[in-house]
Structures are given as structure tokens and as C-alpha cells.
Design a protein around this ligand. Sequence first.
Ligand SMILES: Nc1ncnc2c1ncn2[C@@H]1O[C@H](COP(=O)(O)OP(=O)(O)O)[C@@H](O)[C@H]1O
Ligand SMILES: [Mg+2]
Length: 510
Amino acid sequence: MAWSAVSSAFAGGAEIHAKLLEDADSRQGESGTIRLWVSEINAEDVVEALALKIGSRRKGGLSNTIKRSACILNEGWELCKTKSEIEKIKARISNLTRQLQTYGVKGLREGEEASSSSQARRELRRSYPHIIEDNIVGLKNEIEELVSVLLINDESSNHQLASICGMGGLGKTTLAKKVYNHDRVRACFDHMAWVDVSQQCQRRKVWGDILAGLVSSNKEVSKLSDQELTANSFNLLKEKRCLVILDDIWSVEAWDSLKAAFPMAGDMRSKILLTSRNKEVASHADRKGYLLELKCLNEEDSWNLFQKKAFPYRDSSDYKVDANMEELGKDMVKRCAGLPLAIIVLGGILATKNNSLLEWQKVFANVKLYLKSGKAQGPEDVLALSYDDFPPYLRLCFLYLSHFPEDYEILADRLIQLWVAEGIVSSKQEEGDEGQIAEDVAEGYLMELAERCMIQVRERDIKIRSFQMHDLMRDVCLSKAKQEKFFYIADQSNACQLSTIGRVRRVSVH
Ligand SMILES: Nc1ncnc2c1ncn2[C@@H]1O[C@H](COP(=O)(O)OP(=O)(O)O)[C@@H](O)[C@H]1O
Ligand SMILES: [Mg+2]
């Protein structure tokens, strides 16, 4: 009835917001004003406010039926009011569209539409060989070295603690995973635990994860007190041969808060492998520990890694890299300074360009711009470039990931449901095509995020089952989401300011 007329006339607030964003983003460097206009248009709020009001009155039951009859006039009035709000917004949108056109935005959007044709959608459903592990380059010596340190058990050359240190995105977690899954390591230890520590080190959670990992069960662990948790881990580590990997400890204080679970002195048969950006953490945890300072990739490995991402089909026999692309690619890779995360994200951008030299030249121009502009900190600025290179339909999908806490394992099915429920992804109906239901469209988008290396796949079979986001990528996601007023995170540091934050669409409570 009238509600459906309103909703179809308006196509859903999130969708409108996405459409506006696609234009604003394409010109963000040139006009912060456009972004401001877009964030000020509250289409999503108006439509959802009405849905909420009407939806809450449409519950069943006799009392609700009576209430509904009494409210029927009121409902008509709400509809009228909303319609007039929508008319106003439509007028603002046409106004905005005119202004965007004067900025020359329209042309870019037309180009984007071509890339989201049904052909491209079907392309998305192809398999992505290069996101299936194993794409590791180099690291051979490092793996061997660490494995032998962990396997040594004689007193004279024993290291109880080994550390991998280096900046974010350098490959510490990747190396630690290789070691953790190494056959000889698996065969040597009775119990093993992998624990993500992260910037917000939550002591109890880390202790719980260590014990749950070592005994291979979550059961009962949540019921134990802190003291029982540490005592159980401590005894297990002392008596059995265990390996604990603590991934990404940020500070000396974080180590100090955790160390009660580890019997470091004397004859412990167990080993601890930690990764950190901060060398001080390693030396503080164990002066006699083994330290591996991870190096940036050399030129050859960098180029190899880039090719694996940018040319996913290069292994097929008839594949040859175009000489011009090679020249551009090598120049861009150099600017990534051997940082693997930057290299794979750059490769991910180029993988989506259908081997078009013209598209590569455009990316090259942007890389030069991003890596030398005033805001540039280093090669990790490629991550922001990757967001700006997104086709419109991926923007809100990516921003949505900002809801999840750091190092959170995001289940693909759950995320897809959320995207669809919030109207961020909808079904596709195309001429001469049977179309796709929203969940299939969403699955394709998730694949594309993985192809672009914006997410790190953790579990997959034919589909992606779960994934994580690198914390540097999450920082980009948070800053873009904040810029778009997409959401607000309430945690311990700011929960009490919730009433003062003004208008936000989504609040994520950690
Ligand atoms: N040697 C490598 N070969 C291939 N990919 C790598 C290599 N090192 C890192 N990567 C990739 O770079 C990204 C960041 O690596 P990660 O291990 O998470 O970095 P860190 O833990 O140091 O922040 C990951 O997606 C990983 O797959
Ligand atoms: Mg890491």
C-alpha cells in the first residue's frame, strides 16, 4: 500500500547514500564540500524512522489491533509527513546532482556503470586462484631458522622465547603461521595455542585463549577465575611440551600483564613465540630470547609477490606480461618499499583492471600522487588509494567492516546477512538475465574485497567462510567510516560521551 509506494519511490536510504557516496568519493580530493553535502543528506534516517514507527504498530494481537485502529489516522499523517520529507530530500538530491555535474563528476560514474554490468557481475563469480594460499614469497630461511630454534631442547643453546619483530604489514603473522603449521613443529609439541593479542590487550581473554588452545577446548575455561586460568596454563607449560604463539603484542605493559601465565625461569620444556612491532617487548620479555628482525622484501621477491596478485592467471602457459605494464608495475612496486601488505594491495587494485594498459596508467598516476602528496606517511598509503579506487558498490560494504573489533574473525554468512538486512547490498535484476538474489550478489562483493586484498581470508572451501582485516587496513576503514559519519564506536574510552556525539547512523559497542 502507501508504505510500499513510498519505499519503492525512494529505493531505500542506504542505497541512496551509496549512490551519492560514489560520486563524492570519486572527487574527494577536489572537494571536501561534496562529501559534506552527502553526509548531510539524511535519506536513510527519514525512511528508516517511518519504517520503525509503522512496523512497531503492526504487531499482531487483539490489543494491538485496537491500538492500530486508533492510530490509523495518525499513521496516514506520518506517511504524509514522510512523503513531504522525501520530496524535500529529492529536491536536495537534484540540486546536489546538478552541482556534482558542474564538478564533472557524472562522466566518472558512467564509466563505473559499465564495469558493474552483468558481464562483470558474472566475472565476479569466477574462482580466485590467487587468494587461495599459498602465495608466500621468500621467508624460507626465516622459517628454517625459527623452526630450529623452537625444536632445540638442550640446555646450552636453549631459547625459551623467540620473537619476530618488524613494522605492521611486514609479514610477522604470516611467518609465525608458517612456523606454527610446520610439520616438524606440529610433531614436536604435545599442545599448541595460537592467540591474537592485539592493541587492546585484554588480559583475561588472552589467558582464556591460551588455555583453551592448549587443551583444545573452550568448555569450562570461561568459568575459571583469573587465578585458575593462569595456574592451569602455567602448570601445563611447565610439565608438558607446549608451544604458545602470541601474535602482535604492542607494549611492554601488555607483556607484563600477561606473564603470570608463563613459567619463564629454568627448565621449562615449552616455548613461546611472540610477534611485535616493538623490539623492546622482545628484549623485555626475555633478555636471552631469540630475536628475528624481519626484513623488507628485496626487489625480486617484491616483484614476484606483486605478479602473483596482479596477474592471477600468469601460470597458464599462454600468459605473457605486457612490457609496458611490467615497466609501470616495477616502478609502482618500488614505491611500496618492500612492504608485503602494500605490495599485495597494489597488486589487488591492478588485478581488477582487466589487463588494460590505460587503466594501469591511471593507477600509476594515482600511486605517484598518493605516495608523494603531503599526507603520505609511507607505502601504507597504498591502502587508502585502494579504497578510493573501489567501484561504488564496494564502498559501503567495506565501511561496514568498521563495526568489528580489531583482529575479529568475521563469519562470512553472518556478514552477508547483515549487509542484506541493512540494505547495503540488494538483489540484481538485469535485462536478458535471470538476475541474482541479494545473498549471491553479496558473496561476489566479498570475493572482490578478498581479490583486492582488503581482507585476509581465514577459512574457505568453495566460498569464503571467515576472514579478518589487517589492523592497518582497519585503520583506513575506521578513518573513512568516520569521514562519512557512517558509524560511531563506543568503547571504554568514550562511552560516557555517547549523548554528546550528535547525529550518527550506527553505533558499535565494543
Ligand atoms: N613473504 C610474504 N609473501 C607473501 N605475502 C606476504 C608475505 N609477507 C606478508 N604477506 C602478506 O602481507 C599481508 C600482511 O602480512 P602480515 O603477516 O599480516 O603482517 P604483520 O603481521 O607484520 O602486520 C598479509 O596479507 C600477508 O599475506
Ligand atoms: Mg600481524
